[in-house]
Design a protein around this ligand. Structure first.
Ligand SMILES: [Zn+2]
Length: 324
């Protein structure tokens, strides 16, 4: 009998067809046998535990969008972030790659690919962020798809979106033709701007009122637009970090009509609720969108069960409490 490097024994192994108690044989860094008799130099007893494939976290932020004096920078980087990913069983991450001022997406990607190759402890891929949908950027979308970056991220939450909405829609049509997935951050910039003003005018500047600056209606309206953009452009559309029942209902009806629409949510929306903001250091829960209500959380779990939610991703974006 061949003596392998490692056998993981007695665990419940998740395979494409279900789960079963099987031994897993590893040799030369690869799984070479599932089940049956095997012997190895090292054995790990996994009785009572699950043995899972490496996870994919398709939405993280490990490369800063801006750097320089006086600008915010992330609290960690590719190395620290992927170390944490591995500790949680995640072996592939999808990072958002922001072009810096004056850069095209390909230039930002070049830098971020380099960063990943130098520092990442996991496999990785990048989603280029489309900030300025000028003709040159639109030309890049199919080129990037051919080069192994078949996705593009657009923020409806940035004021520049409404200033250039025609061009962003053109970009989605280009993405559809290129076979690229369009990732959309669905919060309406104008509504959030208005809510921010209202909260400030009322003197409600504590972190407790943060959720009021990014209400469900801003997410629902932006998600409705996203579904319309998906329908008209034909682009495979992936709604990132969906947080509310109302927005999920919008996507559910789009999916029922057969649109190529996918929904991501985050663990924080599945496990935490808005009441966290009442804690003294509640600012640490700040995210975009903010934590929602119990019925939203329940709706997301139901969405995972019935398939309305396609993926769970961390959207890990590392800020310090002070920055938040
Ligand atoms: Zn994100």
């Amino acid at each position: 009998m061949v003596v392998m490097d490692l056998v993981i024994k007695n665990g419940t192994v998740a395979t494409a067809s279900g789960g079963a108690v099987l031994d897993v044989g590893v040799d030369g860094g690869q799984i070479v046998q599932l089940g049956g008799t095997m012997s190895a130099k090292q054995e790990i007893d996994a009785e009572g535990m699950f043995v899972l494939p490496g996870g994919v976290d398709p939405h993280v932020h490990l490369t800063p969008p801006r750097t320089g004096p006086g600008l915010d920078s992330w609290a960690d980087n590719f190395e620290i972030g992927t170390r944490a990913a591995l500790a949680g069983g995640v072996t592939t991450v999808g990072n958002m790659s922001f072009p810096r001022k004056g850069e095209q997406m390909s230039e930002g990607l070049k830098r971020d690919v380099e960063d990943g190759l130098n520092s990442s402890l996991t496999d990785f891929f990048h989603h280029p962020v489309l900030l300025d949908p000028d003709p040159e950027a639109l030309e890049e979308i199919p080129e990037l798809a051919m080069a192994g970056h078949p996705s593009v991220k657009i923020f409806l939450s940035f004021k520049r979106f409404d200033r250039n909405v025609d061009d962003f829609l053109r970009a989605m049509r280009v993405a559809a033709q290129a076979g690229s997935v369009v990732l959309l951050h669905c919060e309406d910039a104008a509504l959030m701007g208005c809510c921010g003003e209202l909260v400030r005018e009322a003197g409600l500047t504590s972190h407790r009122h943060y959720p009021e600056t990014r209400p469900v209606v801003a997410e629902r309206i932006a998600t409705e637009r996203a579904v319309g953009f998906c329908e008209i452009s034909g682009a495979a559309t992936y709604v990132v970090h969906l947080s509310s029942q109302a927005a999920l209902d919008v996507c559910r009806s789009g999916r029922a009509r057969g649109l190529p629409l996918y929904v991501e949510t985050r663990p924080i929306y599945l496990h935490l609720e808005r009441a966290r903001f009442d804690e003294p250091d509640g600012a640490k829960y700040a995210g975009a969108p903010p934590l929602r209500q119990e019925h939203d959380r329940d709706a997301l779990w139901a969405g995972i069960v019935d398939g309305a939610v396609s993926t769970v991703a961390t959207d890990h974006a590392p800020w310090t409490l002070e920055q938040k």
